[in-house]
Design a protein around this ligand. Structure first.
Ligand SMILES: Cc1cc2nc3c(=O)[nH]c(=O)nc-3n(C[C@H](O)[C@H](O)[C@H](O)COP(=O)(O)OP(=O)(O)OC[C@H]3O[C@@H](n4cnc5c(N)ncnc54)[C@H](O)[C@@H]3O)c2cc1C
Length: 477
């Protein structure tokens, strides 16, 4: 993976730039000591690292605006950062950029149950949004597996999803408004506390724009009444393809579970060893959760079981208690951590039409043999969002490159079957150079022109999302 050469004139001015930031922010909000900036040298895509010039941690929207205005004047690049859990290298700094972290901006500003909205500062973690309203029986629906750590800022940056997004949609379906600071330091409000806004849908453009268009400091989010109850069921199959076909049939039947999660044998074993969830030792496991009143749960589960039985499951086990349900989800939610304990891996993220699951799973199995690298599959099967984890040995020369090449082939396959290069993790640096597998040069040019409007000097989140050669002239200008 290539990054542009750092701007030497910026590196030479480091002291003056840090001093300028120090005039805007309190002393403890500017980090420039190389020992401390190392904490910001990567996000959760740890294969790529580079300490930034400095990191700043403002506490208010006005401070963010002042920092951006200063950086705009000085020609300093800025990488917005929430919690740094991006798996696509979306918050990876360059040596000539500053990290602007919103972690200190984590307050709940307003809770409005009558209109079912909550307004928060974007440094607030995803899970703590639900934490703020659950005593009153409400919740915030998008639930990335990283929800304990990841911030609403990054959720908006990546248009994040999660296990329950099959029913409730991803971030963009639950985001009503934002406060955004442009690179020039202007504070703008998009959307509001209502369902639709007048004019162009700029909120739709912003959500998923990966820190390319501005820094989001506040968000108005839709909150929902908690369902009466929820119950997961586990189904084991003796082949990945059969489990894939079962998912496709559930969706085709028009049942709408709140989640359908898929795990294959390597992943099931790692999760079971880690979380002791009581998972059966099968080739492929589906966790299907339904919710509603007891009668609704029973009715949906009956239909799902009927469909599953047509695929000869080796296991069909319904949760019988809150403890069993929690254990089932604990296993699934620990998947990435559990795999990390046993192997280096690269987590991919692509989306496909659900009907293509059996074909894509079979091809991944074949490619795994061709590339000589094992794959563990864990993903949100209901919405076709795949996360193949390619296992490799970071200490073995050539393994990372082989893993990257294998990953690229899987993502191209997703596009080939009518899907998309990105699911919920964004493009970042990871998929930047694959964008031309999905888009024509004209498509890319149209996207670049949007960036030109919001960030004419191309200072926000450098070298992400677009292939470097397509942005060369703009970056040089
Ligand atoms: C174990 C694990 C499990 C995960 N599971 C899921 C999952 O189920 N679903 C899912 O969608 N993702 C998942 N992720 C990926 C990641 O957690 C999400 O992409 C998350 O939304 C990133 O949030 P963050 O606050 O950490 O953002 P960061 O990593 O800090 O940033 C992500 C992107 O948003 C931009 N950004 C950050 N703050 C701002 C801001 N204030 N204004 C504008 N842009 C900003 C950044 O520049 C970057 O491009 C997982 C990650 C891990 C490590």
């Amino acid at each position: 993976m290539q990054m542009p050469d750092p701007d030497q004139s910026v590196l030479a001015r480091k002291e003056a730039i840090v001093a300028g930031l120090g005039r805007i922010l309190p002393a403890d909000a500017v980090i420039s000591d190389p020992a401390e900036t190392r904490a910001y040298e990567c996000d959760a895509l740890t294969a790529y690292r580079c300490p930034p010039l400095a990191a700043v941690l403002p506490s208010t929207t006005e401070e963010v605006a002042a920092v951006l205005r200063f950086c705009h004047e000085q020609g300093v690049k800025v990488v917005p950062r929430g919690s740094g859990t991006s798996l696509a290298g979306g918050a990876l700094p360059t040596a000539d950029s500053i990290i602007l972290g919103v972690a200190r901006m984590n307050a709940v500003l307003e809770t409005d149950y009558a209109n079912r909205v909550i307004r928060v500062q974007t440094g607030r973690t995803n899970l703590s949004v639900t934490g703020a309203v659950e005593a009153d029986d409400f919740f915030y629906a998008p639930d990335p597996s990283s929800q304990l750590a990841c911030a609403i800022a990054g959720n908006i940056g990546m248009n994040s999803g999660g296990a329950h997004c099959l029913k409730y949609g991803v971030t963009t379906n639950n985001l009503l408004g934002v406060k955004l600071v442009t690179m020039q330091g202007e504070i703008v409000e998009l959307g509001g506390a209502h369902l639709d806004a007048a004019g162009y849908d700029l909120l739709g453009v912003l959500c998923g724009s990966e820190g390319q268009l501005g820094v989001v400091t506040e968000a108005t989010l839709r909150i929902l009444r908690k369902p009466e109850g929820a119950r997961p069921i586990m189904m084991g199959f003796d082949a990945n393809e059969v489990a894939g076909a079962c998912v496709s049939d559930i969706i085709k039947a028009g049942v709408l579970p709140v989640a359908i999660e898929f795990m294959d044998r390597p992943c099931i074993r790692a999760c079971e060893a880690f979380a002791k969830a009581g998972y059966p030792d099968v080739e492929a496991l589906l966790i299907v959760e339904v919710e509603g009143s007891e009668a609704e749960i029973e009715e949906q589960l009956a239909k799902i079981k009927e469909i599953a039985l047509r695929h000869n499951p080796t296991e069909l086990r319904e949760s019988r208690s809150a403890e069993q349900s929690a254990a089932i989800w604990k296993g699934r939610k620990s998947a990435f951590g559990a795999m990390g304990q046993i192997n280096d891996y690269m987590c991919l993220d692509g989306t496909i039409p659900v009907s293509q699951l059996p074909h894509v799973l079979r091809r991944i199995g074949e490619m795994s043999k061709e590339f000589g690298l094992d794959v563990a599959n864990v993903f949100h099967a209901g919405d076709g969002n795949m996360h193949p984890l390619i296992l490799f040995d970071a200490n073995k020369p050539g393994d990372l490159e082989r893993c990257e090449a294998f990953g690229a082939e899987i993502l191209k396959l997703c596009v080939e079957v009518g899907g998309c290069l990105t699911g919920e993790h964004g493009v970042g640096v990871e998929k930047r150079d694959l964008m031309l597998a999905q888009y024509t040069p004209e498509d890319i040019e149209a996207q670049l022109r949007v960036k030109d409007v919001f960030d004419p000097k191309w200072l926000l989140n450098p070298a992400k999302v677009f292939p470097l050669e397509t942005t060369e002239t703009r970056r040089a200008a």
